[in-house]
Design a protein around this ligand. Structure first.
Ligand code: IPT
Length: 977
């Protein structure tokens, strides 16, 4: 038996014990003036919390996870299931435990002061000792723990601080989030000193009419009752004095408590500049605690945003406005440091979100680093702040388990106590995927009393019914609900709460199909207000292929544009040798692990466009301001007219003076050139000045209207022209000097994650679509024209395919027809695939682009003339899959640097992809680094291509984006350049 009282308590298997010796959470910012304790700490990893500490030390960087710093305990990814078999509240006997030690020189001028240790975050149980004496215990892996060390250290002397971090515990069962499991001290550690008489907490309430109320809690650690002390505040240079309401607890009582009382500051700010995500106006507030002689005993700085949040009927209102919530779920993630993110990383995340039109974050599934909220306040993002509770694998047992009651209330209340002063936080979330029980209601009850100014949401409660009047959710916040169900609910007359999906549009791999359809419905259906895309990050950890270890900090810079450097890869579940894992389900974000935006980001940016071109009417275009609070004066515009024949005209655009929600017609900036041919007008909208999140000139959106449709397509049968005769081989395969592989029918795509997990790929394989064998049936030559009939035998029946090759001026015209049997109810694509000679490195096209687009994810890809290197057309999704498609392509060229190459003209806008990978190449591998690009281009021209949907976790694409059986026809012309 250990003699250490903290170990003797075995807090890792005692859910009732949430802390011991830990100070109450508060919102006083102690970062300035503190002694930072970040850096290398002495470290050893024990096999279990009660194993003896040896004399053998290595070092580990704090903040950081040991799982990515050279230990044998490596990251492990599971989604729902726990990584160990023990039931709550138990944890496995083999329980990696990190012991961190460091000598701290306590400043001499801290004599007589109260000295506090703050550990920013440690997972999952933290035990603190100072010079071998117990200082405290804490759980709640994503919030700070503070311990009063005044009695344990001496100013001017050296103290040995030991942090013992136990990886698995009763708390792991309520930290079962869909992410990597790590161990370590993941946020900064610091030591600070205050006067014994100190600000214990500050609560700021600032409403949209300029009403400000600041409640200050004061404690005296010394236990003496000084007379005459008071608080003051300073708001942007204006002095606020303490209100008469000063509640001095124990005034009539001679017993001494360490709680002295509350002082309040009240004021009204005239002509207040209100805070919202579009114009995040902040005021600086400094609260000071004064001694009787006016000297400052303590101070705390806050940035105040004046704003109101309320739910009125079924609308969530910010400052009285029904705002759309364009949200994303964000985990703390970094490919080199695991769970530790620097303020610079956080800023980069939030800046990127702002640039791509997001206005909200759900802190899935635990409170973020304090810097996140400061940045959200400053840059303008609404935050749904979520408590660190997910008991996914044992949800049903835990939600009503009284042993966990304390933990639920503790975690929710500590989050609220810490973050209550942030204007960005508009909703509290009780956690994720933990069923719904009395423990939730207890936590909700605490919040209702403590902070009546914000709504609460909890998906587990919303599951009971979107209109159910339970205590735990003011918002109907389902996850992955079919759009039809959301619309039906809003139209049912039964709706009582705003409907804002806490998770939707699962971004795994090549995904987020139908996002624009969702938003069309949200914007046109009262009662629907948006949602949070799942999720921001692809959590790929940079891994050395040679030894399978995380690259860690040494991997800085070893990636480019979403791709890991040679010898490295982005690891996902299973890549660290773990047997229990959930594979690539961890790679489901809108950005790559190095924050490179995936194509869906451009789709989102356009969906969220603050300026829209509504339509073209009477020689004018209608422009609309689609913001909630801002005019258009922060934006600059340029018109671009793009003509199918290659012409592009530009002209400066003066954006009209429009208030939110207003529209106006402006005359066409160009005279439309005569002649047929499609014409598209784009308004290139950029920031007119530097914004805190974007330099001047940053693209904000590219709204577009079609001014003229294409002239009617030429008839299907081309007239044979004199020229090079068409040549086919004995199999009826086209022989062409620019092609290394003749055009054949393609019905298969390398399954996307949605195809695999949603079941479509299984059906396709069952039907034999991955192994179709072509059999030529008939080859006929007549009048210079060659007609080839072929059959592809699938399990589900025979697919007939006909090609008619006709020589035309400078090339060959190809007409194709495919007939799919009725059993093939839903295939990936119907089209042609061929391969070109090597050296064609550049694609230029007229169609949608420049980024990747698919039939159900093409809203954000404007029609125009685009030019992209072939190598960059491909999107390097972590698990290789169909990628690189371009929607609505009318014509394109593939050229070598010497301008030789080929040109293809399509009969109508088609889905085209040009990559260096066959679908089979992509299907055969599991990681991007295993792909070997082919020398030539693999070109797909699709008559029809299935939508992407989101079926890896959520609804599939809608029926209109499916490729159905029956006859498909398409034609194209191939010419040499
Ligand atoms: C849902 C989870 O809340 C989220 O953490 C993540 O796992 C997401 O799905 C999928 O990536 S839970 C799911 C079982 C609906």
């Amino acid at each position: 038996m250990t003699s250490d009282p903290l170990l003797a308590l075995r807090p890792w298997e005692a859910p009732e014990v949430t802390s011991w010796g830990r100070l109450p959470m508060n919102a006083v910012d102690r970062r300035s003036g503190a002694l930072p304790l970040d850096g290398d700490w002495r470290f050893q990893l024990l096999p279990a919390p009660d194993a003896p500490v040896s004399d053998v030390w290595t070092s580990s960087y704090v903040p950081g996870v040991w799982t990515m710093q050279g230990t044998d305990d490596l990251p492990q990814y599971t989604n729902v299931r726990m990584p160990f078999a023990e039931y709550p509240p138990h944890s496995p006997a083999a329980n990696p435990t990190g012991v961190y030690e460091r000598a701290v020189d306590v400043p001499a001028d801290w004599a007589g002061r109260r000295i506090v240790l703050q550990v920013g975050a440690a997972e999952s149980v933290l035990l603190v000792h100072v010079d071998g004496r117990p200082a405290g215990v804490s759980k709640d892996s994503h919030l700070a723990a503070e311990f009063d060390l005044t009695g344990l250290v001496r100013a001017g002397e050296r103290a040995l601080v030991r942090l013992t971090v136990v990886k698995w515990s009763d708390a792991s069962h309520i930290e079962d989030q869909d992410q990597w499991w790590h161990g370590g001290v993941t946020r900064s550690v610091l030591l600070y000193a205050t006067d014994p008489l100190h600000l214990a907490d500050v609560t700021v309430r600032a409403g949209r009419y300029g009403d400000l109320r600041v409640d200050c809690r004061v404690r005296d650690a010394g236990g003496t009752l000084p007379a005459g002390w008071y608080v003051s505040g300073e708001l942007d240079g204006h002095l606020l004095t303490q209100d008469t309401e000063f509640d001095r607890a124990n005034a009539d009582d001679d017993r001494v408590s360490d709680f002295l009382g509350e002082a309040r500051l009240l004021t009204d700010v005239p002509d207040v500049r209100t805070w919202n995500a579009e114009t995040p106006e902040l005021y600086d507030l400094t609260v000071r605690l004064h001694r009787a002689d006016g000297g400052v005993a303590d101070a705390s700085r806050h940035r105040v945003g004046f704003r109101d949040v309320e739910i009125v009927e079924r609308d969530l209102l910010v400052n009285g406005e029904r705002v759309f919530v364009r949200g994303v779920n964000r985990h703390d993630f970094h490919p080199l440091t695991g769970r530790t993110v620097s303020p610079g990383d956080l800023r980069a995340d939030l800046v990127l979100l702002k640039r791509f039109g997001f206005n909200a974050i759900r802190t899935a599934h635990y409170p973020g680093d304090p810097a996140l909220y400061d940045l959200a306040d400053e840059l303008g993002l609404y935050v749904v702040d979520e408590a660190d509770i997910e008991s996914h694998d044992h949800a049903h047992e835990i939600a009503d388990d009284p042993r966990y009651l304390n933990a639920f209330v503790d975690r929710v209340s500590r989050m609220v106590l810490r973050d209550k002063n942030h204007p960005s936080v508009i909703v509290w979330s009780l956690g994720n995927e933990s069923d719904y029980g009395a423990n939730h209601d207890a936590a909700a009850g605490w919040v209702r009393r403590h902070d009546p100014t914000r709504p609460i949401q909890y998906e587990g409660a919303a599951k009971r019914g979107w209109a159910d009047p339970h205590l735990a959710s003011d918002i109907a916040c389902p996850m992955y609900a079919p759009l039809e169900d959301c619309v039906a609910h809003a139209l049912s007359g039964e709706q009582t709460k705003p409907l804002i999906q806490c998770e939707y549009s699962h971004a795994m791999g090549n995904s987020n199909g139908t996002l624009a359809d969702h938003w069309a419905a949200i914007e046109s259906t009262p009662g629907l207000q948006g949602g949070f895309i799942w999720e921001f990050w692809d959590h790929g950890i940079l891994q050395r292929v040679s030894d399978g270890r995380p690259a860690g900090r040494a991997g800085a810079g070893l990636h480019d544009n979403g791709v890991a450097a040679p010898g490295h890869r982005w690891a996902y579940g299973g890549d660290f040798g773990e047997t229990i894992h959930d594979g690539a389900f961890i790679a489901d974000g809108v950005v790559f692990p190095d924050r490179t935006p995936k194509p869906v980001m451009y789709e989102h940016r356009e969906i969220a466009a603050p300026v829209r071109l509504e339509c073209f009417r009477h020689e004018g275009v209608v422009i609309g301001n689609h913001q909630h609070f801002r005019g258009l004066d922060w934006l600059a515009g340029e018109w671009e007219l793009s003509l199918a024949d290659g012409g592009v005209l530009t002209a400066p655009a003066k954006l009209p003076d429009l208030r939110p929600g207003e529209t106006t017609a402006v005359p066409l900036p160009f005279e439309l050139p005569r002649g047929g041919g499609e014409a598209w007008l784009t308004l290139r909208v950029t920031t007119a000045d530097d914004e805190p999140w974007a330099p001047r000139g940053t693209v904000v959106c590219l709204p577009q209207v079609r001014l003229r449709a294409a002239a009617a397509a030429p008839g299907h049968s081309a007239r044979a022209a004199r020229g090079r005769p068409v040549e086919v081989d004995a199999e009826g395969l086209l022989v062409h000097p620019l092609l290394t592989s003749a055009p054949v029918l393609s019905l298969w795509r390398a399954p996307t994650d949605n195809d695999e997990l949603g079941g479509a790929a299984l059906r396709w394989r069952t039907w034999g679509l991955d192994t179709l064998v072509r059999k030529v049936v008939d080859v006929r030559q007549a009048a210079g024209r060659v007609t080839v009939h072929a059959e592809y035998a699938a399990e589900a029946g025979v697919v007939r395919h006909a090609q008619v090759f006709t020589p035309v001026e400078g090339g060959i015209h190809v007409e194709e027809r495919a007939e799919l049997p009725d059993a093939l109810t839903d295939v990936a694509r119907v089209g042609s695939v061929f391969e070109t000679v090597a050296g064609l490195d550049l694609m230029e096209w007229y169609g949608q682009g420049p980024w990747e687009s698919y039939p159900d994810r093409s809203f954000g890809a404007p029609v125009g003339h685009h030019r992209v290197a072939v190598a960059e057309l491909f999107t390097p999704y972590l698990r290789p899959q169909e990628s690189g498609g371009r929607h609505g392509v009318r014509h394109f060229t593939l050229s070598a640097p010497d301008a030789t190459g080929l040109a293809v003209v399509l009969d109508e806008p088609r889905q085209v992809s040009v990559t260096r990978h066959r679908a089979d190449d992509l299907t055969a591998v599991t990681h991007h680094d295993q792909l070997v690009p082919r020398a030539g281009c693999v070109v797909h021209l699709d008559a029809a291509h299935r939508g992407l949907g989101t079926a890896s976790c959520g609804p599939d694409t809608s029926p209109s984006y499916l490729v159905t059986p029956g006859v498909h026809r398409w034609s194209w012309t191939l010419r040499a350049l």
